[in-house]
Design a protein around this ligand. Structure first.
Ligand SMILES: CC(C)(COP(=O)(O)OP(=O)(O)OC[C@H]1O[C@@H](n2cnc3c(N)ncnc32)[C@H](O)[C@@H]1OP(=O)(O)O)[C@@H](O)C(=O)NCCC(=O)NCCS
Length: 187
């Protein structure tokens, strides 16, 4: 059964409000993609124009409504400005979900993704019925590795050909945490 989460659902963390994506986020997303190397660790490419971000927003909302992917904007609770994005996506394995994220370069290194990832993992186990949450990072992506380790994920396996960037295979590590490990880790 697909989880039903209303579009006005939010998660509050100590410093952030996690909410459904909106058109107001687009200028900040476009701005993030203008930083050199920002997209190197992710499977999507930077848009050529800001208008190219309209379609992904529509897709995010449809995916949310169908219960397949919950892509949340990490926003400042006062200004509502975008700090980053975090998505949790159903895989084709029963109750296994996949986590992906990015922080706008102007807000990196301040603990925002660790804070958001903890909240979304909790959401995955408590509201989405996940029994296992996975994530992968390109081997060179130490910031992503560190963030996943800080939230309690452990290495599952090395993937030599994880995805392609500009025609070249990128090697990655797959990480995971089970529901049992998560609730033990919270004690
Ligand atoms: C990965 C990413 C989301 C982390 O976001 P963030 O908000 O900066 O994360 P946090 O501040 O919560 O934690 C980052 C951790 O990585 C560490 N880190 C950052 N750069 C690092 C580097 N080059 N080498 C080692 N550790 C690094 C930080 O020191 C911090 O760990 P600490 O708290 O132990 O000091 C961010 O770097 C990003 O958006 N990168 C570009 C997009 C991307 O690659 N996304 C992930 C795809 S798998």
């Amino acid at each position: 059964m697909q989880p039903v989460i209303p579009l006005d659902f939010t998660i509050e963390t100590a410093r952030c409000l996690l909410r459904c994506p909106s058109a107001a986020d687009i200028p900040d997303i476009f701005s993030a993609t203008r930083f050199a190397g920002f997209n190197n660790g992710m499977q999507w490419e930077p848009p050529a124009t800001i208008e190219e971000l309209d379609e992904p927003l529509r897709e995010n909302l449809l995916e949310w409504e169908s219960g397949k992917t919950f892509c949340l904007t990490i926003a400042d609770p006062v200004s509502d400005c975008l700090i980053g994005r975090i998505g949790i996506r159903r895989t084709n394995r029963v109750d296994v979900w996949n986590l992906g994220f990015w922080t706008h370069p102007e807000h990196q290194g301040q603990g925002y993704m660790t804070e958001a990832a903890i909240a979304v993992i909790e959401f995955g186990f408590e509201r989405l019925g996940a029994t296992r949450i996975e994530a992968s990072y390109a081997l060179w992506n130490k910031a992503s590795q560190r963030t996943l380790e800080k939230v309690g994920m452990r290495l599952v396996r090395y993937i030599p050909h994880a995805f392609q960037k500009r025609g070249r295979w990128i090697e990655a590590n797959k990480m995971e945490i089970t529901k049992q490990e998560w609730f033990k880790h919270e004690d």
